[in-house]
Design a protein around this ligand. Structure first.
Ligand SMILES: NC(=O)c1ccc[n+]([C@@H]2O[C@H](COP(=O)([O-])OP(=O)(O)OC[C@H]3O[C@@H](n4cnc5c(N)ncnc54)[C@H](O)[C@@H]3O)[C@@H](O)[C@H]2O)c1
Length: 269
């Protein structure tokens, strides 16, 4: 499994610190021979440690608030200039809930916050793809991956409005996947990842219990951030050229497990 991404160039959104799924993915893509442009919101660049990662993988960092079309245009223009051509892959690893952050229960949602949550966490994928589409900035056969969570299909009460945001994100993945597939054989998929200890993950109420429950409910155990990075590499590679418009569970089997022996034994105690 060597140099699967040799010659490929890509943009990675969302590396905040070394726990970030995007951070681990950038390292894995680099190890497989890819060239990368890193991007994050200006405030995250000030608070996070992205420059350390940039140094390690020799990548430029170009700030962009993913909700701002001017920032995105600038990001793609600068990336195309840097690479001397279009990109082969894009990772959308972005999520933020204002209602969760402000401690608002789902039933008392602030709709102004909700608009921002949907914009940052879901419609931003459309904005990224639209920007690339208008500039024709993704190469033939390119691959785009967005990260999501199973709360889009099943209720996890404390996931709050992010469940709705992820459902919308997965829908944009399918809808844009159709158009970009027809136009340029570009693949667009979402990966539904196990709960993972990161800054965004830990924002969910009762997160530790959540992680432990998922661990016991998954025949293979929870998938780590490193495992996720490797799965993303496979989707960016030419080995998966016919996979598109899918929501792909990367969760050790959690999504198709009704109950496990471990949970039954625990309930019997
Ligand atoms: N951690 C988990 O348990 C888990 C499980 C399934 C899916 N996911 C998803 O994985 C993705 C990555 O999250 P993570 O867990 O690595 O946490 P993280 O906190 O490291 O990453 C979230 C990123 O979103 C960025 N971001 C927020 N607002 C932005 C904006 N306006 N413009 C640009 N970037 C912005 C943040 O700066 C940060 O880098 C998210 O979509 C998250 O929902 C996480």
């Amino acid at each position: 499994m060597n140099q699967l991404l040799k010659g490929k160039k890509g943009i990675i959104f969302g590396a905040l610190d070394e726990k970030s799924i995007a951070w681990k993915t950038a390292l894995a893509c680099h190890a497989q021979g890819a060239e990368i442009v890193l991007t994050n919101a200006p405030i995250a660049l000030r608070m996070g440690q992205i420059n350390e990662l940039a140094k390690q993988i020799n990548a430029p960092v170009i700030p962009a608030d993913v909700t701002n079309m001017d920032d995105l245009k600038n990001l793609f223009e600068a990336s195309v200039k840097h690479f001397g051509g279009g990109v082969d892959f894009i990772l959308h690893s972005i999520g933020m809930s204002l209602n969760v952050r402000k401690g608002k229960h789902y039933t008392e949602m602030d709709y102004g916050f909700n608009q921002k949550t949907l914009d940052i966490s879901a419609m931003s994928l459309h904005k990224v793809l639209r920007t690339a589409w208008d500039m024709d900035a993704i190469n033939e056969g390119g691959s785009v991956v967005a990260l999501t969570y199973i709360a889009a299909q099943r209720v996890f009460p404390d996931y709050n409005e992010m469940a709705d945001a992820k459902a919308l994100l997965e829908s944009v993945t399918r809808s844009f996947g159709y158009h970009y597939g027809v136009r340029k054989k570009v693949r667009i998929n979402s990966i539904s990842q196990s709960p993972t200890r990161t800054t965004a993950g830990s924002g969910v109420k009762g997160f530790d219990g959540f992680v432990e429950y998922a661990e016991k409910m998954s025949p293979l155990g929870n998938a780590s951030g490193e495992d996720c990075a490797l799965y993303i590499v496979s989707l960016f590679s030419d080995l998966t050229r016919m996979v598109t418009m899918q929501n792909l569970f990367h969760d050790g089997g959690f999504s198709f497990t009704g109950v496990t022996q471990e949970i039954i034994e625990q309930m019997g105690k």
